[in-house]
Design a protein around this ligand. Sequence first.
Ligand code: GDP
Ligand code: MN
Length: 353
Amino acid sequence: MKLLEHEAKSLLEAAGLPIPKGTLITSINQALKPPLVLKSQVPVGGRGKLGGVLIVKNTQEITPTIAHLLSHPIKGSTPRSILAEELIAIQKEFYISLLIDRETASIRLVAHAKGGIEVESNIPGTLFNKTVTADTVQERADELASYLSCSPLLIKPFVNTLFRVFTAQDATLIEINPLILTASNTLVCGDAKIELDDAALFRHPDWHFEDTPSNANFVTLHDDGAVATIANGAGLAMATVDAVAANNMRPANFLDIGGGANTDSILTAFKQIVEYPNVKTIVINIFAGITRCDEVAKAIIEAKKQIPHLPPLFIRLAGTNFKEAKLLLVAENIPTLASLDECLDAAKEVVYA
Ligand code: GDP
Ligand code: MN
């Protein structure tokens, strides 16, 4: 489960980590004082580069900027809220994260002295990247302080607490980018990304997070792929991608819409898919159990209405509420096919036209 930035920051704050003072805004009639940073609460990264993080210095700019952000989708996600934060004077931006390394079944502490929106352009091999345990966390924090050339008095308590939150919250990822060293030599979490282990839900009755579309399993396979896929269940979604490739077509993505998929979350997936530059067709393969075919059908109908230049869809639906779905689709003249094979044959005609 991926948390939104404001949810992630609340968890960090509750553990005693420093976050900027902020207010969550869902409508525009709220009294705020500049200067502020206004941040779109969407479950995707790279908002800064895509216009989702804006600094406002005058009172008159606040309302129009919030209105703009609320209606401005980022990578297909429209925010339901905006985080308004005090503007921090930055001295340095660090990158710091804790994550599960599945290969070695351990937790890794990864960091870079140059964080911020250009972090991907850092030279490979210059990362701080070490295994960390409850026994070694002090030592690692010391090493990290010297790697970052930052006072151990600041870094050590920060890393200690971060490690404690990571394990206590059953996180699989906590990424702070930027960790801001402020002009007054304090540390503040400028941004926070947290992913929690769904399998640990039973241990955390306190977990109440917004169900964002990112909680569906959407993975880009080839940015230049010709065939996008929408399926339900990890197994069927993988089989669908494999079948596309076995038919000599390049799959763009893997998507398991999950049992709780609704019209909105599926529609968001369509919006993500149409951002791929070379997608020529979308193959939809649903064998509904908990998922309901009529929710999928409604999303298909909405996608056709809302998305201009939607590529041709080849749809195979079976299972729960198939009849209801079929009625909805027939009313809109949207055909379905009987099998995945038929969908792939039709897709080939489009891809190799
Ligand atoms: P992301 O692009 O989605 O990762 O969004 P971030 O929250 O990381 O913000 C992107 C960038 O905006 C940061 O790397 C900072 O350079 C800048 N930024 C964010 N908050 C502040 C702030 O309070 N003060 C200043 N000066 N810059 C900020
Ligand atoms: Mn960031």
